[in-house]
Design a protein around this ligand. Structure first.
Ligand code: SF4
Length: 311
């Protein structure tokens, strides 16, 4: 962070501003309280659940959509037993996302216990850990953390990273250690006004991640959380940025741009629409240079081959 530069993109993410006092938005724009099975376990989508195992973070992002619960000094551990009980009984859950707060803020031994208990549940096949600690406080990732990750491999690690300046040597060292611990790595980025709302900044970030072996997964439109609306970028601009990125970046470096619809309706992808129209069997599409061409859409009707998977 540059101390004397008010426009420093790291500083703007971390230091409060008077703009936060504008009373727009909602404390819980995604209505996470309504989908909570326990105070620390949420289930919005079929087959998946989010488990909040920490209430603390290494840095409090000024645009956080969980401002209402992170850094408030409460202990999620009080609700672990009822959450494990639910998780072992709901065999429809195939994937669990450990979040918070930051899961790496808890004692490594406790993280080990949580992962061990989840690994005993045969129906939970995939475990994701969402974290910002390897980026904002990389030296707090210890050899013990990586030993635990190795013990429970393969895990999916989701880095929350927003700017190429966050791709530090220390972060890249962590990426290597995650890889050696058998973790698969993806990233999520929040589109932030005057911080990263430019295709060149995002291209630099996404290409740096791909070069390190991290797949950019989501670019999120800002949630309508109270006190963060000065970070909001117009959707139309976000779509223009995606279009410009697609023309310059390899597919590996393209995340999915998505909006989490206010009110708890869930995430939906948004993107520039390349399909321009149809005339009979001809569909007209624009290519990445803006030239329109045709494709003959005359495939035979599909039929079910009765494999039995949909029963
Ligand atoms: S790291 Fe995530 S949970 Fe923590 S303050 Fe930042 S956005 Fe919120």
């Amino acid at each position: 962070m540059e101390n004397n530069n008010p426009f420093c993109p790291i500083r703007r993410q971390a230091i409060p501003s008077t703009e936060e006092l504008q009373d727009e938005g909602d404390d819980d724009p995604l209505k996470e309280n309504d989908i909570s099975v326990t105070p620390v376990l949420m289930k919005r989508y079929p087959g998946r659940a989010v488990f909040l195992i920490s209430s603390e973070c290494a840095m409090y992002c000024r645009f956080c959509n969980r401002k209402r619960i992170v850094g408030k000094g409460w202990d999620p551990g009080e609700f672990f037993e009822e959450s494990f009980k639910y998780l072992s009984s709901d065999t429809t859950i195939r994937e669990i996302i450990l979040s918070g707060g930051d899961p790496f803020m808890i004692q490594p031994g406790l993280l080990d216990d949580i992962l061990s208990r989840l690994r005993t549940m045969q129906h939970i096949r995939t475990i994701r850990i969402s974290t910002r600690m390897p980026i904002v406080d990389p030296v707090r990732m210890t050899e013990e953390h990586f030993r635990i990750l190795k013990k429970h491999e393969p895990l999916w690690i989701v880095f929350h990273i927003n700017h190429p300046l966050e791709v530090t040597l220390e972060f890249l060292e962590n990426v290597k250690k995650f890889r050696n611990a058998g973790s698969a790595m993806i990233s999520q980025t929040v589109l932030l006004r005057n911080i990263n709302d430019c295709e060149n900044i995002l291209l630099k970030l996404f290409e740096a991640l791909v070069a390190a072996g991290v797949k950019p997964y989501y670019l999120f439109q800002l949630d309508e959380v109270r006190g963060a609306q000065h970070f909001k970028v117009r959707l139309e601009r976000g779509i223009r940025i995606m279009k410009a990125l697609r023309a310059k970046a390899s597919g590996l470096a393209m995340p999915q741009y998505a909006v989490d619809i206010t009110g708890g309706l869930g995430k939906v992808p948004v993107d520039y629409v390349y399909l321009k129209g149809r005339k009979g069997k001809k569909v007209y599409m624009e290519n990445l240079s803006g030239v329109t061409g045709a494709y003959t859409d005359d495939g035979q009707k599909s039929r079910c081959n009765k494999c039995g998977l949909c029963k």
